[in-house]
Design a protein around this ligand. Structure first.
Ligand code: DC
Length: 229
């Protein structure tokens, strides 16, 4: 009998380390990896380039439906928008802010939700974001909610951006603003699904977090087959 498709949903606030962790877990398990935030970022980048206001719901809905977003598998976190490699461009601060704004629009979420669900049709997957366990895949066999102290998250982000702890306070402010918006929007807010396992990564190394999460995944999935329930 063919092994059942397994979905690992990883959610949590900005800067908690979801992408790095999710990619590592996917590689270890041989699953596909999808960064759903990159999809919102790609639409936001397109809107910024075209000068579409973050309040123009109609145009943003159109862009979300028309955007060809590809996340090619491989070592790097590559993101293609309409065939162009935008991996670097979508990491800019103004894109982070715009992504958080446009992701509150229900029609934008609807368009990307469909793309995200389609991505899991091909096989087992690790997908990370804000609403993966709560909305995109409520049936996921494994749901992890990552969290960490806000200052530690800002320090990690600073090291990622500058190679050392620089501008920690302003980064903390930006993360806090984005988290507040992501948590308080009415459509698919950032929330820990009731059946998600909380992993507080404060003070833990990436290796330690990886070990905890892999243990949780393996407890739910045995011999390459999904545990029932
Ligand atoms: O994960 P990230 O920081 O790259 O996400 C950028 C923004 O996209 C985030 O502030 C909120 C939005 N987002 C979302 O609303 N739902 C998701 N599943 C992933 C991201």
């Amino acid at each position: 009998m063919a092994a059942k498709r397994v979905i690992v949903a990883i959610d949590g606030p900005a800067g908690v380390g979801k992408s790095t962790l999710a990619k590592r877990i996917a590689d270890k398990l041989g699953f596909a990896y999808v960064n759903s935030g990159a999809m919102y970022r790609a639409v936001a980048l397109w809107a910024l380039r075209l000068g579409v206001a973050t309040s123009d719901m109609h145009r943003l809905e159109q862009l979300s439906n028309e955007a060809r977003i590809e996340l090619p598998p491989g070592e790097e976190h590559r993101v293609l928008l309409n065939g162009e490699d935008v991996s670097e461009a979508i990491r800019e601060l103004k894109v982070s802010q715009a992504a958080s704004q446009i992701s509150a629009i229900p029609a934008v979420r609807r368009a990307l939700l469909q793309v995200q669900r389609d991505m899991a049709k091909k096989g087992s997957i690790v997908m990370e974001g804000r609403d993966i366990g709560s909305v995109v895949f409520p049936e996921a066999q494994v749901k992890i909610f990552l969290d960490a102290d806000p200052i530690e998250r800002a320090k990690r982000r600073a090291i990622e951006l500058h190679g050392h702890e620089e501008n920690v306070e302003s980064i903390a402010n930006e993360l806090q603003k984005r988290d507040h918006r992501d948590r308080t929007r009415s459509e698919a807010p950032l929330v820990q699904a009731p059946d998600a396992q909380l992993v507080d990564t404060t003070g833990l190394s990436l290796d330690e977090v990886e070990e905890i999460v892999l243990r949780l995944v393996r407890a739910r999935v045995s011999n390459g087959k999904a545990a029932t329930g």
